[in-house]
Structure formats: C-alpha cells, structure tokens
Design a protein around this ligand. Sequence first.
Ligand code: ATP
Length: 319
Amino acid sequence: VKSIAVLTSGGDSQGMNAAVRAVVRSALYFDIEVYGVQRGYQGLLNDDLRPMDLRSVGDILQRGGTVLQTARCKEFLTAEGQQRGADVLRSRGIDGLVVIGGDGSYQGANKLSKLGIKTMGLPGTIDNDIPFTDSTIGFDTAVSIVVDAINKIRDTMSSHERASVVEVMGRHCGDIALYAGLASGAETIIVPEVPYDMKEVANRMKSNFAKGKRHSIVVVAEGAAKGVDVAREITNSCGLEPHVTVLGHIQRGGAPTAADRILASQLGDFAVHQLMAGESAKACGIISGKLVATDIDTVVNSKKPFNMDLYELAIRLSQ
Ligand code: ATP
C-alpha cells in the first residue's frame, strides 16, 4: 500500500484518538501517505478527507472522543453507497482503509474490501462486545469510570445504610457491569447473558442487611433491565427502597486509561503492518498478549463468550 485512510465510526470510545495517532504515525514512519476521514462513512461519501502529517495527531493521545468525529450513515448500508465510498478512495489513490468502530463499522469495512479496498478493523467501543480480542479500545476506561462512580455512591450509601442500583452501559454484552461490579464489590450483577430472579436478588439484599451489611449495590447492564425497574421490583419484593443512578454517557467520555492508550497504540500500528503485508478484511485484536488478525466475516458472525468464571467469582466474594 502507498496511501491509506483512517476513520472512526459508530459510537465513540476513549482511546479512539490514540488509535488514530498510532495509525497515522506508523504509516508515516513507513513512508505511507495517510488521510483522515471526517465523520465516518458519511464523511467518506462526502469526500471529506484531509492529508494527515505528524503534527496533525499531536496532543490527542490523552483526549476522549475522536478528533475525526464519528457518525452513523444510512446511505453506506446500500450497495450504491459502498461503491461510491470505494470510488472516492480510489479517486484519491488510496488503497487501504483502517476503520475504528464496532460491529456495524466492521461490516462496512468488509463490504469495501470486496470492492477492492484493503481494510482493517480496530475494536473501538466501550462495550467490549467484539469477539477475537480480549478487550476493546475504551472498555478499560469505561470500567474505571464506573468503579470510580460506585466508590462515591458507596460512601454515601454506607452513611445512610441504603441500597443502590447502578445502571451501566452494555446493550448485548454485560462486561462493563461484570468487570466494574467485581472491581467495586457489588452485591449483585445483572447482565444480559445470565438469567436472574428478582425475588432472589431482593431476598439476598434483605438477608445481607440483616447480617450487618451497611450497604448494598446492584450493578445492572442496560441491556438486561432498566435500573428503575430493578429498584421497583426490589421494593415490591422486600420493601427496601434503593436509590437509582443511571451513569449514561459519562462512561464514554474523559481521558483514556494507560491500558487503553497502549492497546490503541499497539492495534493502530498492527493494522498498518497488516495492510503493508497485503492483508485485508481483518479485525485486529489482542488475545492473551498476542496481536491477532481475524477475518471480519468470522468476527461479525461470532458472539463474544461471557466470562462465567469471573461472574461466579463476583458472586462468591460478595456475600
Ligand atoms: P457501536 O458498537 O458503537 O454501535 P457500530 O460500529 O456497531 O458501533 P453501527 O451504527 O452499527 O455502529 O455502524 C456504524 C456505521 O457502519 C453505520 O452507520 C453504517 O454506515 C455502517 N454499517 C453498519 N452496518 C453495516 C453493514 N451491514 N454494511 C455496510 N455498512 C454498515
């Protein structure tokens, strides 16, 4: 490849900037020309591309969000839209594209590869819902934000001997709830992957208070239930009236953790190397410390396995 482009697509996540920086600086290091596409596939269709130099990605490593901005683009779902996207790239002499985003963005990259553009996907989403990588870019930061919030909630809960329900992000994947719940000593973790019985949750809460616990925290992934509904069911079952906190978009903002910056840097550089080796339609990830490139087809047709061991550990430790 002589010239590549990079875009961010779908929901943003902390560390996307670090990934963009890595792609740009690695490409330039190997004398590959590199363009930034503004606003994802929408910007591609609008031919909104600009050449990137070393300084264009200065001072962004530590920033949340994405300087390239992101978008969802309906037009790119059509065959005509995809063809136009490939034509825009080709008209500028660009033969490779790095797409930083989630599952849908990967599918877009796959379509472009079938039209002759070499593509690489990087997992940019806080949900950690992409298989064939241990972690997605932004996940570690989101978990840290939730843990920090629960610490604060816990301080005030124990002063008042109250129960609390904290609703976190995760539409299909309960990893934010699981990891943050384990790290913050939540009593109950409710995720889409594991069926739960509200009566049991309420009884556990009541008996723990009777045993002298001074606070009780339920972490629920938005894809499993709404925080207010969980609280209402607890009240109906056992009379306790938990406070509800919906953390919302603060989970997607703020400076990325060191772990996310390192992950993004490694993956961005790896994507450039894969393109240089002539690979295409691959999703980049890290599994057990090893950089891996998996066919996007395989990735989008698989479901991330849920870490049941960690879930059971959280239950054992939260009595
Ligand atoms: P998130 O995990 O944050 O939702 P995502 O990448 O899955 O991120 P989507 O909205 O699903 O977010 O996809 C982003 C964009 O990718 C879409 O707006 C669309 O332009 C493109 N896209 C999604 N699915 C496809 C597909 N099947 N074929 C081609 N392009 C697609």
